[in-house]
Design a binder for this molecule. Structure first.
Ligand code: AMP
Ligand code: MG
Length: 324
């Protein structure tokens, strides 16, 4: 079965086509703010402007047409409301026009599903960290339980904010990573962990207040060491609690090499395995939505128009999982 998936929860408009065996295409166009962070209306305008071109592009790349699809899937939430509307509108239109089922999926769960599809992980404890989400999830009794999460902003968002203060463009994560690689020195900062949860807002402000007094590379390195240690500590405790021998890292921040190194080391010490999906499936992408749509379609899901409204605050632990 072939499914076209549309991702539009934040700055990325992604469209992908997959079946059970193959990813036919996975194209994206990212909104890049000229200044500041992601302005929801401007990001949505970007998505509307590029949608048609991207749909044509993905069909060409895949050598397939919408008529060949068994369903069209879209990210129903969580995400920025204006951006979610774009994906929902396109998906409803394609579904109606071509008479194919519509499948609204949870964005966070799609990250996990594409992670297990593209690695050897089977039932991992997942660390999902991106621009808008930071969670540790584990599958138990029909649901993905959120074992730990950020109490304020997402880790990717914190990296983007810090980079912006240091005068680097969006996205900030890779800029902070490059800066951090220039030094081994760190300064003392607050360690942002609270039980199984973590928080990055205070750590970001604390680091920003030292700009000018401490060199940029030491600030970047310190921020990475404190923030990444906190999420890896919570991940380790979640794995211990669940008796898990597999860790899956996903979301845009999962592309960070220092974080990967920390996760690998922690897993090695616990006699566990760490799994990292290829970068194109870590960041937001259309193929993961198509894949999630495919497995839910096969489990009987068909989203009616009246059920297809965006869900900006849709938590992954609200979803009763029937595809595993
Ligand atoms: P996503 O929301 O999953 O598309 O991921 C986007 C987020 O990932 C942004 O906040 C980026 O700054 C962050 N990001 C991308 N590459 C890296 C990297 N190498 N290190 C840390 N963060 C990154
Ligand atoms: Mg994401």
């Amino acid at each position: 079965m072939k499914v076209l998936g549309i991702e539009s929860t934040a700055h990325t408009l992604g469209i992908g086509i997959v079946d059970e065996d193959k990813v036919y295409a996975n194209t994206r166009d990212m909104f890049e703010p000229e200044e500041g962070g992601i302005h929801p209306r401007k990001a949505a305008e970007h998505h509307y402007q590029h949608a048609l071109e991207l749909i044509n592009n993905v069909q060409q790349k895949a050598g397939l047409e919408i008529e060949d699809m068994d369903a069209v899937a879209f990210s129903q939430g969580p995400g920025l409301p204006q951006c979610l509307d774009v994906g929902a509108v396109i998906a409803r239109s394609l579904s109606k026009k071509h008479g194919i089922p519509l499948v609204g999926v949870n964005h966070c769960l799609s990250h996990i599903s594409i992670g297990t599809r593209t690695t050897a992980a089977e039932n991992p404890t997942t660390l999902y960290i991106s621009g808008g989400n930071s969670q540790i999830l584990d599958f138990r009794s029909g649901r993905y339980r959120v074992i730990g999460e950020t109490l304020d902003i997402a880790l990717g968002n914190a990296l983007d904010k810090l980079a912006r203060k240091l005068d680097y463009p969006h996205p900030g994560g890779p800029e902070i990573e490059k800066l951090a690689e220039e030094t081994d020195k760190i300064i003392e900062l607050s360690y942002p962990i609270k039980g199984m949860d973590f928080s990055f807002s205070g750590l970001t402000t604390e680091t920003e207040r030292k700009i000018g007094d401490v060199s940029d590379n030491i600030l970047a390195n310190s921020f990475q060491e404190y923030a990444y240690s906190a999420v890896v500590e919570a991940l380790e405790r979640a794995m211990a609690q669940e008796g898990s021998k597999q860790a899956l890292l996903t979301g845009g921040v999962a592309m960070n090499s220092r974080l990967r190194e920390m996760v690998e080391k922690m897993c090695e010490q616990r006699d566990a395995e760490a799994y990292f999906p290829p970068p194109e499936f870590c960041m937001d992408n259309g193929a993961m939505i198509a894949h999630q749509g495919l497995i839910e379609l096969k489990a009987g899901k068909n989203t009616s128009i009246s059920e297809s409204a965006k869900k900006p605050n849709w938590r992954p632990d609200e979803v009763q999982v029937n595809w595993i």
